[in-house]
Design a protein around this ligand. Structure first.
Ligand code: ADP
Ligand code: MG
Length: 228
């Protein structure tokens, strides 16, 4: 019998609406289970609810109704501080616009992600170096992000996102600012992280990006459907 991986993410009847006349139903009764080690892509056109979904998965936003279990923990009834602790310790984020600090070096950008981890600085530094080596940026430690190419910046952002060994990496349009050759390199890196056991959720409007995932879902007007 195949081993059943535990669910990292479980959404049940999840909705998110924004006030307006009429209200915007950004997510409509979404059910989704993501198991440990899965590589899932969510594809959908602009305005379909992708970023809203990512914000909820990342505990940056709360649903209007429905349940969200992360690692089996009911996040709806969790306090803000408990949610922040989960977010900081178990979730990594990658965004289209990289979100690196422009006046800090590559190494500092990655080091700062573990500032409040309680891990001693020497150990944090060793982990940051290892994380940057892993994404092929070990030779750019003292560079400022502003002098790096888009693909290099995204590699640094990925090193920062995985340094604390998150249970899931959430990426919102991670190749949205990259040309197709550079995108390919970032997607190869996601493949490697997936092979090493990381759970990945990649949100995109690009079919070429979505097709690289092991499992694909589509979102249309806030409704999720499995593809294939
Ligand atoms: P996508 O990322 O797929 O482009 P979003 O999740 O950003 O889509 O948005 C889904 C829908 O929800 C859109 O109609 C958008 O205008 C609306 N929306 C998103 N965030 C807010 C907000 N904070 N307030 C009001 N409407 C919002
Ligand atoms: Mg979006």
């Amino acid at each position: 019998m195949a081993a059943v991986e535990p669910a990292v993410i479980e959404l049940r009847g999840l909705t998110r609406s924004f006030p307006g006349t009429p209200p915007v139903e950004a997510l409509r009764s979404v059910d989704l289970t993501i198991s440990s080690g899965e590589y899932l892509s969510v594809i959908g056109p602009s305005g379909s609810g992708k970023s809203t979904l990512l914000h909820i998965l990342g505990l940056l936003d709360r649903p209007t109704s429905g349940d969200y279990l992360f690692d089996g923990i009911a996040t709806g009834t969790a306090s803000d501080s408990a949610r922040a602790a989960l977010r900081g310790g178990r979730i990594g984020f990658v965004f289209q616009s990289f979100h690196l600090l422009p006046h800090r070096t590559v190494l500092d950008n990655v080091l700062l992600a573990t500032l409040y981890s309680g891990v001693p600085r020497a150990e944090r530094r060793a982990r940051a170096l290892a994380s940057l080596e892993r994404v092929g940026m070990g030779h750019r430690l003292d560079f400022l992000p502003t002098v790096l190419s888009g693909g290099e910046r995204q590699r640094v952002a990925i090193a920062r996102a995985v340094i604390a060994s998150p249970h899931v990496l959430l990426a919102d349009e991670p190749t949205g600012n990259l040309d197709s050759a550079t995108s390919g390199g970032v997607l190869d890196l996601f493949d490697e992280l997936h092979r090493d056991g990381l759970t990945l959720v990649v949100i995109t409007h690009d079919a070429a990006v979505s097709s690289r995932a092991q499992r694909r879902v589509r979102i249309v007007d806030g409704t999720l459907v499995e593809v294939g």
